[in-house]
Design a protein around this ligand. Sequence first.
Ligand SMILES: Cc1cc2nc3c(=O)[nH]c(=O)nc-3n(C[C@H](O)[C@H](O)[C@H](O)COP(=O)(O)OP(=O)(O)OC[C@H]3O[C@@H](n4cnc5c(N)ncnc54)[C@H](O)[C@@H]3O)c2cc1C
Length: 420
Amino acid sequence: MKQRIFWFLVSIMTFLLIYAWGARYDFSLGGPLVLRQLNLLFAVLGFFFFFLQFILSSRARLVEKGFGLNKMILKHRHVGRIALGFLILHPVFFFLFQGDVVIRGTSMIIGLIVLLGLMVTAALASLHKKLNLPYELWLNIHKANYVLFPLVLVHVFDRATPGTPLYYFWGVFTAVFFLLIVLIFRKEVDIRRNPYQVVEVKQEANDIWSLFLHGRPLDYQPGQFMYLRLLRKGMISSSHPFTISSSPTWNRLAVTIKNSGDFTATVKDTKPGDKAYVDAPYGVFSFLRCECKNIMFIAGGIGITPFISMIRYMYEEKISIPVTLLWANKSEEELCFRDELAKMEKEMDNLKVVYVMSRQEDWKMEKGRINRNIIEKYKTDKGGYDYFICGPPPMSKAVMAALKDMGVPKDKIHHELFEF
Ligand SMILES: Cc1cc2nc3c(=O)[nH]c(=O)nc-3n(C[C@H](O)[C@H](O)[C@H](O)COP(=O)(O)OP(=O)(O)OC[C@H]3O[C@@H](n4cnc5c(N)ncnc54)[C@H](O)[C@@H]3O)c2cc1C
C-alpha cells in the first residue's frame, strides 16, 4: 500500500472517531462540560494510535511494500509518542475535570496499570542506548505491548456504551488486532516448517563472513533484506536483519555479516548443515524501484551488501545502466568481494568501482572520506543520477549533506540504514 493511501485512511479514521465522540455531546452546554468530555476524546485517539502501533511494527507485507520497514519503524516511533501523549492526557483530564479523584473499579485500575506499562516500554525504547541495554532485552520487554493491548480492551469495553458508534469502532479494532495475531502466528509456523539449510560458510575478510543458504525459492529484489535466525546445536538464535547479498538470479541465498556484537560474533561458528529460519523479503532499497538513468552507489564498510547484490544482478542480467560504486573503508584489509568486483568491472562496460581509504597512507586510489569533491569527480556530466547510500550513520549524514549542497533533489537520494 502506498504511504499516501495509508495516511489518508488514517486521517479519515481519525476524523470519523472525532465525529463519533462529538456526536455524543451537546457542546452548547459550555466550557467546563466540554473540558470534562475531552478526556474521552484523548482516550479515543490514544487507543486508535496505540492500535496503529501494531500495524506499523507488524512487518505486514501490504503496508511494508509502500514504506520500507525502516520507515515503518520510524513512523511507529512517532505514532507511539502521540499515542502515549493522548493516553496520559486521558486520566489527567478525567481527574481534573470530573471532580472525582477516587480510583474505583477493576477496569480503572487496569487502565492505570496499562498506562504505567506503556510509559515503561516507551521509556526503554527511547533510552535503551543510553542505558546500555542489550538490544534483544529491551525489544522483548517492548513486545509486552501485545499483552497490554488486550488489557486496554478490558478497560475500553467496561467503560464504553453498547450500541454507540464508538462501541462498534472498538469492535472492529479488536477484530483486526486478533486477526493480526493470527497472521503473525501463521507466518511463524510457515517459516518454522520451511527452514533453509546452510550450505557454505565463507570468510570474506578478517571479521566478515558469508552464509549461503539453500531452501525454497524466494522472490526478492536485489538490495532487499531478510530477518535471519540460525538453528545451531539445537538452539535458535535471536532474529536479526541482514541484507540478502546474493543476486535473485542465484539458486541459493547469501548474507554477508560483519562481527559487530553478540550474535554476529558467532556467525563464524555456523556449520554447513545448520538450519536457518528466514523471514523475507523486506525493504525498498533497490534500483529496480526507480527509473534510473545513471546510478551512484555510495557504501561505507559492510554497507556494501545491498550494492553487491544489485551489481551481481546487473552483471547476470546484463543491465546496462551506468553505475559508479564509491566504497569507503579504513584500509584494504577490510575489503571483501574485491576479486569479484574487479572481474565484473572488467566485463561490464557500465561499472566503475572506486575504493576510498580513510586510514591507509600508501593507498593509490582515493584517500580520506567520501565528500562532495569525490562525488563530483566520478560523476559524468550526463546528469540524471540516482544516489544510493548505505553505511555508518556519520558517513550517511555527511554524504546526504554533500548531495543536498550539490542541489540533488530529495527523490533522487535513496538511503538504507543498518539500524532501526
Ligand atoms: C535493514 C538492515 C540490513 C542490515 N544488513 C546487514 C548486513 O548485510 N550485514 C551486516 O553485517 N549487518 C547488517 N545489518 C546490521 C545487523 O542487523 C546488526 O549488526 C546485527 O543485528 C547486530 O546484532 P549483534 O547481536 O551482533 O549486536 P548487538 O550488540 O546486539 O547490536 C548492535 C546494534 O545492531 C542493531 N541490532 C541488533 N539486533 C538487532 C535486531 N534484532 N534488529 C535490528 N537491529 C538490531 C542495533 O542497532 C544494535 O545497537 C543490517 C541491519 C538492518 C536494519
